[in-house]
Design a protein. Structure first.
Ligand SMILES: *Cc1c(COP(=O)(O)O)cnc(C)c1O
Length: 366
């Protein structure tokens, strides 16, 4: 199919890049000039196009707004020292997007078109990619229901978008985290593994309560006795012991992070004993008291690796001072270098966008 994918490009008359300070970026505010759009009508995806980013009129009866058929992805593009653009593990992001789609009763988006769209859009927007090593071009694919007819049923029509945003660091300080012992994020059999809108809406209130107590994020736990760890905010979590590293196993209630997967591969490659298992918070407390539990960090595309400096479980505070951070900093450096093509890509995780736009222009002309 790849030779036949037609993507129509309508370029913005004028770039807004001069209005943005690429040296001083926050996360999520600035969008680039263009977006990719596709329509699902009559049972198939069509009208693949790139057009200037703009607001689109939406009927107030839109099913996504009422009942939440809405999924997304989050990935990053960076430049290597030669100035070529690299996507990080786009295949895994595409597969996860379609896993989310199936769970939410939404149509899958064809993998080949998805990859092509990512490459062409990012290549078109590559002048927006900041150079700073903590910065990147964040890529946000989104699919939402589009039917304007009320009724709790799957929509017949959908829209698919890819937006891109130049971003700086997600967190610019280490995190204080509160173990949540009242609210839950997800249960086995639910939709915790899907990047779907409702998961994030449901997390806002408990997170706000934690923030009012001076915490940055909450650590979500399994329901009922709140003893087994799930994940934190929009990140997976790792606990570094002196002789091993623990991370909660994937139960269906946890988002299967691609950063998580990458870290597990890298750490095992470095000879560490990494265990994906049920992590009991009481075991963590005991290990902390013994002096065995020395580092704690979150992992995700947006933050890469976020160090935890304080973890509170009920009335127990666990502290992880910066002078104890070793593995997390080493990992963060390595992952950053890998994404920027500064070290050998031995896992074949990066994908170049080089030439994608030229190939497309030829295909469109033909
Ligand atoms: C996206 C996300 C993550 C991290 O996944 P990555 O693929 O590493 O970016 C973790 N938890 C939640 C809830 C998420 O939405």
């Amino acid at each position: 199919m790849s030779g036949e994918i037609f993507i129509d490009i309508q370029r913005a008359e004028k770039s807004r890049i001069d209005e943005v300070d690429l040296q001083n970026l926050s996360f999520g505010k600035e969008f680039t000039d263009h977006m990719f759009v596709a329509d699902y009508v009559d049972g198939k995806w069509q009208n693949f196009r790139i057009e200037p980013l703009r607001a689109i009129p939406t009927h107030p009866g839109n099913l996504a707004w009422h009942y939440g058929q809405s999924i997304f992805e989050g990935m990053k593009a960076t430049k290597n020292p030669q100035g070529e653009v690299l996507l990080f593990r786009p295949d895994m992001h595409i597969k996860r997007f379609n896993t989310s789609a199936r769970r939410m009763c939404m149509p899958e988006f064809p993998e080949e078109v998805f990859l092509k769209a990512l490459k062409v859009l990012v290549e078109l927007e590559k002048h927006w990619i900041p150079n700073d090593k903590d910065a990147a071009l964040y890529i946000r694919p989104l699919m939402i229901a589009w039917d304007p007819h009320l009724g709790v049923k799957p929509s017949q029509s959908y829209k698919f978008f890819i937006m891109t945003l130049p971003v700086g660091p997600y967190y610019n300080k280490p995190l204080n985290i509160l173990v949540q012992t009242q609210y839950i994020r997800a249960v086995e059999g639910g939709v915790g593994f899907a990047k779907t809108a409702g998961n994030y809406a449901a997390s806002l209130y408990p997170t706000q309560l934690a923030q009012q107590q001076g915490f940055d994020q909450v650590l979500w736990m399994e329901p009922k006795d709140f003893r087994f760890v799930q994940e934190v905010g929009t990140m997976n979590i790792f606990f570094v012991f002196k002789d091993r590293i623990l991370t909660p196993r994937l139960t269906g209630a946890i988002l299967p992070g691609i950063t998580r997967d990458s870290i597990i591969h890298i750490l095992r490659d470095w000879g560490h004993d990494v265990r994906e298992e049920k992590v009991d918070i009481l075991d963590l407390v005991r290990a902390y008291e013994r002096g065995d539990f020395v580092e704690c960090f979150g992992s995700g595309t947006a933050a890469v690796i976020a160090n935890v400096q304080k973890l509170r479980y009920r009335d127990i505070d666990m502290f992880f001072p910066p002078d104890q951070w070793q593995l997390s900093l080493k990992l963060k450096d390595y992952l950053t270098q890998l994404k920027r093509g500064e070290v050998d890509d031995k896992y074949h995780w990066t994908v170049k966008t080089t030439g994608a736009l030229n190939q497309l222009v030829h295909a469109n002309d033909a």
